[in-house]
Design a protein. Structure first.
Length: 181
């Protein structure tokens, strides 16, 4: 790989990591990532305190699964260890999603798979897969993500046989997912 490509990949990966997992700036101020906020929204506070799932307003099936995985991971631990274990859960999910999204985009760029993520002006600035989904299965595009999760899930299902360690939707390490891919 050329140095220019390595530098670009490093920059993209670093930005995705900051977005998904968060970061600490040079002044020591923590900036929470999307997955950290999602986990708290699902009732798992930063210190590892677990709010009963009944307190959550209408969690979706993927949200219930992410919550179950987090609760199963943390509930067996003493309270003093939960914050660290929670941070590890967020980090693992962040890198799982970074790897998936980068792999999809790389395969797409090399013409190995149909357009899944890349915005295309021929499709009103949407990816081809998202455009087709909105035309053929509009009910899956009606949620707050506007269909992106259905597109990513379809792509993962399509490639899980060839790359099961990367695209398996049942992987507990990726049960926690970003608010929008």
């Amino acid at each position: 790989m050329l140095k220019r490509q390595k530098d670009l990949l490093r920059a993209v990966t670093s930005e995705l990591r900051r977005t998904f997992a968060g970061t600490v700036d040079p002044n020591g101020v923590a900036h929470r990532g999307d997955l950290d906020r999602e986990l708290e929204r699902l009732g798992i506070s930063p210190d590892g305190t677990i709010t009963p799932i009944d307190a959550l307003p209408n969690p979706s099936a993927p949200e219930r699964r992410a919550r179950y995985v987090a609760e199963a991971t943390l509930s067996a631990l003493p309270a003093a260890e939960r914050a660290t274990a929670r941070a590890e859960l967020v980090e693992r999910a962040a890198y799982s999603w970074i790897n998936r999204l980068l792999a999809l985009r790389a395969m797409e760029a090399r013409g190995l798979v149909e357009e899944t993520l890349r915005a295309n002006p021929d499709y009103e600035g949407l990816s081809e897969a998202l455009f087709v989904l909105r035309q053929t299965r509009p009910e899956q595009a009606a949620g707050p993500d506007a269909g992106w999760w259905a597109v990513v899930a379809d792509a993962c299902r399509a490639h899980t046989a060839a790359l099961p360690g990367l695209f398996d939707l049942d992987d507990p390490g990726a049960a926690l997912r970003p608010s929008v891919p």
